[in-house]
Design a protein around this ligand. Sequence first.
Ligand code: 16G
Length: 184
Amino acid sequence: MLLDEKPLFEPSLLQELDWSSNTVSFSPPISPSQPGESLHLRPLCTADINKGFCKVLSQLTQVGDVTPEQFIKNFEHMKKTGDYYVVVVEDTSLRQIVATATLITEHKFIHSCAKRGRVEEVVVSDVCRGKQLGKLLVSTLTLLSKKLECYKITLECAPNNVAFYQKFGYSASNETYMQRRFHE
Ligand code: 16G
């Protein structure tokens, strides 16, 4: 099975963000290029399956048994479409993923064929809380969606996370989020 460090998307996209236009402040100051000591913020790669990527995701919801074959198949699909920006924070001293978040861009016909951004699967490992990584990831993906010319960016979150997302300029919509579940 070929697992490697090829990034899901162009890593320079993360370094070229206009960090000064952030709506949140960081203390101590961190940024996508300097996320903290022994930490590296970068696009997902297939080798991350062996660095605890799924274990971090499982702190958000059920992940199930993901085989390397399934992981690679999904990764290749995501890479091919070019609409998936899965970012991870690696603790380089432990060689472990400690946080992740995803931006997906959805192509529309409305708004002159605009794109809508969606923030998904924002998770910081419980061993790495207090390092502003959630804030760093959401700021990064919000700025990235703007750079990619999304006309809006949305997310679903638990009621107790509303105040957190408001810091980045998100507000509760007057539309109701609905779902029909086919399985848990
Ligand atoms: C949260 C996540 C969403 C994720 C869902 C999983 C954020 C901002 N939202 O709503 O991305 O897909 O949880 O829950 O991270 P589920 O397993 O019940 O669908």
